[in-house]
Design a protein around this ligand. Structure first.
Ligand code: ATP
Ligand code: MG
Length: 421
């Protein structure tokens, strides 16, 4: 007996009943990013493994344990992208989009991480990312945040709030790292295994720990905010001034460090309490060092990525009414109608570009076709039988209201339909 083939654990089909919601979401995002003058870039889902090791950082969760990495037939090590920023920077360097210019880019698509699947955490998930290059002030950080706030407004999401922090310059962070390691080493006996390991590899990430036993130690730890360089401090102050002026609420969270190595200065997350532990729906910040780290000329950069599945489950909690159905279902009776119906439907599609019409295919009794019409959700049924064909006409029936069936001349059909729909 053969075993049923199933999708890979943590990788999901988007079924036709759900794809309307995805399209609705993607349209709002696309219109919004375009309204700020951002242009789309599309990158491959496979990249050299090196790209992610050199950008995200060797001792991060992603690179240590979440990547889908394999040797291809040539023996080259390839990785299914776990995020988009590294690929976007790689493409920007490769095609000369970054040096001595400003870029505002966005992308969307699947990302891959080998994590433990649960609600809001999948092995193939989708991100929409926005990246800017060559603009070093807090004005662009603010623009990115204003854009995200506009997304939530357009999507009708109110229960998301902004957390903000600054990581300072690389030098300031290195200085602070030393101070933090000194402090945490004094409490080493109370750290959990993960944190002990991170003490030497990635100590800032300990601040991010969700372990309740560590909260007291973390709370009392020295604050990066107190070790900031002047430039980062001013950058952060100015960002807060702009956000205040624009009426964006936020909370400064000094423990927000982000899981990826490449961030500096501004970092931010939009968080909701509606999704349990998977509450971060959008995360980003500044990554001034990444372009040169990947071999490009030094170029400042800032961006963010949002988790599409998490945002969609928030939208599902709102009272959104989507209309993805068809407008018209066409019933056909008799051999002639089978041909002429298809042609008439073509004519309607040509003349009324907004109307969605589905033609009954595969025959069937009038009754069974009527059942399909009803189930389709269409507002109108068009009926084409032998009588109608003889008179160059077609019958219109309202499916969602009580009104009489009417005969219309075929050459007047498009006009009548445009008025009705
Ligand atoms: P988390 O702390 O939830 O693991 P992260 O810091 O690893 O998130 P990022 O790399 O910053 O996440 O990715 C940006 C966004 O992408 C996240 O805020 C989240 O909304 C989404 N995301 C990340 N990993 C997953 C996943 N495995 N499944 C679904 N969405 C995800
Ligand atoms: Mg993660």
């Amino acid at each position: 007996m053969s075993v049923k083939i199933q999708s890979i654990r943590g990788m999901h089909d988007v079924l036709p009943d759900q794809s309307g919601l995805w399209q609705y979401f993607e349209n709002i995002i696309r219109n919004t990013v375009q309204s700020y003058g951002y242009r789309e870039i599309r990158m491959p889902v496979l990249e050299s493994t090196d790209l992610f090791c050199r950008s995200i950082g060797e001792v991060t969760d992603i690179v240590e344990k979440e990547m889908y990495t394999f040797a291809d037939r040539n023996g080259d090590s390839l990785t299914l992208r776990p995020e988009g920023t590294a690929s976007c920077v790689r493409a920007g360097i490769q095609h000369g989009l970054l040096h001595n210019q400003q870029q505002r880019l966005w992308y969307m698509g699947p990302m891959f991480r080998h994590e433990r699947p649960q609600k809001g955490r999948y092995r193939q998930f989708h991100q929409i990312g926005v990246e800017t290059f060559g603009i070093d002030g807090p004005d662009i950080d603010a623009e990115l945040i204003l854009m995200t706030a506009r997304f939530w407004k357009s999507l009708g999401l109110t229960n998301v709030h902004l957390e903000l922090n600054t990581l300072g310059s690389n030098e300031a962070r290195a200085l602070y790292r030393g101070v933090l390691v000194d402090y945490l080493s004094q409490h080493e006996n109370h750290l959990d295994e993960e944190s002990k390991r991170r003490l030497t590899t990635n100590p800032l990430r300990i601040l991010d720990s969700k372990n309740p036993d560590l909260q007291e130690i973390i709370e009392a730890a020295p604050k990066l905010m107190d070790y900031l360089d002047d430039e980062s401090r001013q950058h952060f102050e100015q960002l807060k001034v702009i956000l205040h002026a624009a009426g964006i609420d936020f909370r400064v969270n000094t423990r927000l460090v982000r899981g990826l190595d490449y961030y500096c200065k501004t970092v931010f997350e939009w968080v909701t309490d509606e999704l349990g532990a998977q509450g971060t729906v959008c995360a980003g910040g500044r990554y001034d060092g990444l372009v040169s780290q990947l071999g490009g000329k030094p170029t400042t950069a800032a961006g963010f990525a949002m988790g599409v599945e998490r945002l969609l489950s928030l939208i599902e909690n709102t009272t959104l009414q989507l209309n993805n159905g068809i407008d018209i279902f066409m019933l056909l009776q008799g051999d002639k109608a089978q041909i002429q119906g298809l042609i008439l439907a073509e004519q309607i599609r040509t003349e009324c570009s907004n109307i969605k019409i589905q033609v009954n295919c595969g025959g069937g009794s009038f009754k069974s076709q009527m059942k399909k019409a009803d189930k389709s959700g269409a507002k109108l049924a068009l009926i084409l039988g032998e009588d109608e064909i003889i008179h160059d006409s077609v019958a219109i029936k309202h499916l969602r209201s009580e009104s009489e069936q009417k005969l219309i001349r075929q050459d007047e059909l498009s006009k009548v339909l445009s008025e009705l729909l």
